[in-house]
Design a protein around this ligand. Structure first.
Ligand SMILES: [Zn+2]
Length: 94
């Protein structure tokens, strides 16, 4: 079972005059090690979900939002999403 988080990957898009940095969303490529609610995550994404940085459907918060939460922990004591707050990860994946 693969981790079900949808992560942002840095990519480059080109137009005639300049190179634009962009982010593309795609599935995490790591193997899931735990179940949190209805989703399976790798260790890193379990931690991110508990930090409130993954939406209830598995989408990781946008890179800029993650940076804001990391920079201002007092402003975002529970991160951005609270669905994982009361959940304990189950460290085995069927
Ligand atoms: Zn993952």
């Amino acid at each position: 079972m693969k981790c079900q988080a949808q992560v942002w990957r840095q990519g480059l898009s080109y137009n005639l005059r300049r190179v634009i940095r962009s982010f593309n969303q795609g599935p995490c490529s790591r193997r899931a090690v735990a179940t949190l609610g209805t989703l399976c995550f790798c260790a890193q994404h379990v931690k991110l979900a508990k930090d409130g940085l993954i939406e209830a459907d598995g989408q990781v918060a946008e890179p800029g939002q993650v940076a804001d939460v990391r920079r201002y922990p007092k402003k975002f004591p529970d991160g951005l999403y609270r669905w994982a707050q009361g959940l304990e990860p189950i460290w085995s994946v069927p």
